[in-house]
Design a protein around this ligand. Structure first.
Ligand code: COA
Length: 263
């Protein structure tokens, strides 16, 4: 494995799918998997994912059971900024007749950070959704619904530069796809393609301390546990109190696991 801290972002893994007319991130380790934007045909797979008790129990905010009307949050809060990133930032750089030269120029530092649009882990060519990956601005558990919406849509006001900012991530895989090294490879790509490219300084993840897989995932990628606290847990997901761990990765300390782009 190549180990280097100073490699440029792997923007060569960010491509344009002409048939689906959308950008995607290729997983070099798994040619049959991609990170892509949401598609309306994902509703049934997403319902299956979010209603699996082994996944639902770890989510503090997502409703359970998850109903079709709950997609309103995705459609109103997450998809508009994702679509904006695709049309204003990615399409001009990646879609024909663009001829990308890598690494791609970093997004402008004069405007807010582009919102991460590659929220679906998708099997290719079947198109089936096998998991999700979100990146958003972190928030405390007691913030107002309006502030939570702003943060989930990447619209929380900040005067910090990208390098000074911390963004949070959340991820899930269908049970039949877990424990096979996929979560780790997805995380490698998210860090080395997107996070490095847009210049976010620190990534964080919150996971129940008892969630062995999630803790092992972030630890394996160099995240450091920065604090633990007790959280009252929603009744629909088992109630009681849970210990939560916050993990952080300073991108300056990030070690590349994908290696340099091949020319
Ligand atoms: C959390 C989750 C996304 C992790 O994805 P995954 O594909 O199962 O994880 P991986 O198999 O890639 O494992 C990641 C790393 O952790 C290590 N690891 C995984 N499980 C481990 C365990 N039980 N003990 C020790 N190490 C473990 C792996 O060795 C791997 O490291 P490597 O790539 O260097 O070999 C997935 O298990 C999941 O979706 N779980 C249910 C939902 C959930 O918990 N979501 C997160 C809520 S905070």
């Amino acid at each position: 494995m190549t180990i280097s801290k100073s490699l440029p972002p792997r923007t060569d893994l960010m491509r344009w799918d002409e048939e689906a007319d959308e950008p995607y991130i290729l997983l070099p380790s798994h040619p049959d998997l991609r990170l892509t934007p949401w598609r309306e045909t994902d509703v049934d797979d997403a319902m299956k994912l979010y209603n699996d008790p082994s996944i639902a129990k770890y989510s503090f905010r997502r409703p359970y059971p998850y109903r079709k009307e709950d997609f309103g949050f995705l459609r109103n809060v997450v998809l508009p900024p994702a679509t904006e990133t695709i049309s204003t930032v990615l399409r001009p750089l990646l879609a024909p007749p663009a001829q990308p030269t890598h690494p791609l120029p970093s997004p402008s530092s004069d405007s807010p950070l582009p919102f991460f649009p590659f929220i679906i882990i998708r099997h290719h060519p079947s198109g089936r959704m096998i998991g999700d990956m979100a990146i958003f601005q972190p928030m405390r558990s007691d913030v107002s619904a309006a502030d939570a919406k702003a943060a989930f849509g990447g619209k929380a006001k900040t005067s910090q530069t990208a390098a000074e900012q911390t963004w949070e991530m959340a991820y899930n895989l269908m049970p039949e796809w877990t424990g096979k090294g996929i979560g780790g490879r997805v995380l490698d790509c998210v860090l080395e393609v997107w996070v490095k490219w847009v210049g976010i300084g620190t990534m964080m993840a919150g996971a129940e301390t008892a969630n062995v897989n999630s803790s092992a995932l972030v630890k394996s990628r160099g995240f450091v546990k920065v604090r633990t606290f007790i959280q009252e847990w929603p009744e629909d997901k088992g109630g009681g109190e849970r210990e939560i761990s916050h993990w952080e990765l300073k991108m300056a300390d990030h070690i590349s696991r994908l290696g340099p782009a091949k020319s």
